[in-house]
Design a protein around this ligand. Sequence first.
Ligand code: ADP
Ligand code: MG
Length: 258
Amino acid sequence: MRVALQNCSFSYRGGGGVVPVFKNLSLVIGPETAAENPVVILGPSGSGKTTLLKLIAGLLVPETEGPGRAAAALPADSPADAAVNALPGPFVFQESRLVPWLNALENVYLPLKRTMGRADGERRARRFLELVSLDGKAGVFPGELSGGEQQRVSIARAFAYPAPAIYLDEPFQSLDIPLKLELLEMTRSLIEKEGRLAVVVTHDPREAVFLGRRIIVLGKNAGGVVFDEPVILPREERAFGTGAQNRLEARLLAALRG
Ligand code: ADP
Ligand code: MG
């Protein structure tokens, strides 16, 4: 899958006035070569990560295609926002957004309903629950799952959805470090196994180094893209707590992970 944003500008228009986020941004994502997948978008809060993810996913439409041509920005409460809030599809968010009255398996199966019959859909849902090591909890409801397990279900749900790309928006933010590491490893292995384009948003440089085969950094104060490089690093140099300066961190992590 290939996404090209060309001279793309985007502002939000709402009660508070116009909030410009991107001006003349040009960016090509994909093809999904293993060498540049996953793409990580790193940046401080408010730098436009979620907006860029939605632009890449086609959930938001750029206000200008090509220089000098004005078009209306989407209003703040755009149908696109409503759609992504209602339909999990290939998205993972910071919070798991599971349907509380459906069990884990049904939650993973829910978005598959649109394209698959029950038998095929449930088989696929079960396979992805297995891939996140939750096959034993298929019948359990979200309220009886830990936060980490809920997030694993939402990761399974996104990967099970047969879209050409997967989008993760700060999916590990609310997890403690050992759990974060476990889910990072799980996510990396799912991305490698699936070979689909994955775009991961984070504000944590260590997460970016751990996952990113290409890292795009957004600058503060709507600074746009300030860094965009492919990252070729052996796995051991991506791990948390490696390198001389991080030896103490490595021991602390080891202690935390037990
Ligand atoms: P990030 O994900 O990096 O925290 P966002 O893409 O959510 O950043 O937001 C970028 C900028 O756009 C911020 O200044 C934010 O306040 C503003 N913004 C985001 N969503 C809306 C919205 N629906 N209406 C108005 N402004 C918004
Ligand atoms: Mg965000």
